[in-house]
Design a protein around this ligand. Sequence first.
Ligand SMILES: Nc1nc2c(c(=O)[nH]1)N[C@@H](CN(C=O)c1ccc(C(=O)N[C@@H](CCC(=O)O)C(=O)O)cc1)CN2
Length: 296
Amino acid sequence: MSGSTAQKLDGTATAATIKAELRERVAALRARGIVPGLATVLVGDDPGSQWYVAGKHKDCAEVGIASIRRDLPATTTQAELESVIDELNAEPAVTGFIVQLPLPKHLDTDAILERVHPDKDADGLHPTNLGRLVLRVDRPIDTPLPCTPRGVIELVERHGLSWAGKDVVVIGRGVTVGRAIGSLLTRREYNATVTLTHTGTRDLGEHLRRADVIVAAAGVPGIVRAADVKPGAIVLDVGVSRLVDPDTGVSRIAGDVADDVATVASWISPNPGGVGPMTRALLLANVVETAERQAG
Ligand SMILES: Nc1nc2c(c(=O)[nH]1)N[C@@H](CN(C=O)c1ccc(C(=O)N[C@@H](CCC(=O)O)C(=O)O)cc1)CN2
């Protein structure tokens, strides 16, 4: 980026480090006869979701986690999907599994997430696990946590930065990021102060301009502009939009953060190459930790 002064929060390199650590923990489990296994459930043929799911299986192979793939047609009914989930809940080779989101519109996502057994919820999105995150204020959480919020937190900490005392403004109230990140960051071990903004927020710029850290997960390209960022702020770009060039038909990823933000921020996560790879790495961490808990 021209005129960029911000340092890079390198998700690709950090995820590689986390995967190397996990490879050792998986080897230790395997030495005890325990093989962690991740299953994925994909409904429909959305190219983005197919790419993400393929990446999850590649990651598993890299660290030694066994993986099972269940791809279902877009016409799958609620009852058919629930029966696949029941099978995976009962399958001993599956330590944990995920249902790739978003699901086709005719399916009830909340009911599906609730159908996954909480002990096998590799995404940390089951109501019981999200409830534990909210309720267990003063003791460690020994259940899976949502992967993207975990990835955001680790990306910052593994670059030697602290969350303590920071004013954090999150944009977007979606289930995979916005709703959980405030519950995590306000825990004593992080001690941040969090404002969750959304489409009903009256003056987003006013919130952004006083933020020490911005976590942008709106899915609106360029919603965070340099004029709305405090000099020296840390900016995490989580939003993903796919823009198609009308002339060439070639698509590219556009994040929520405009290019000029790199001239005022102190640290910025690129997109791609920032929070996305961390989301993938922390999914593996959830599976390994679940296997370690099951092993006792
Ligand atoms: N069940 C879930 N569904 C979805 C989740 C989730 O955590 N659980 N998050 C997203 C998609 N996602 C993982 O599933 C995901 C998104 C992005 C990346 C990633 O590595 N992106 C790359 C760029 C990819 C590209 O070029 O297209 C990057 O940021 O560098 C990984 C996983 C929604 N659904």
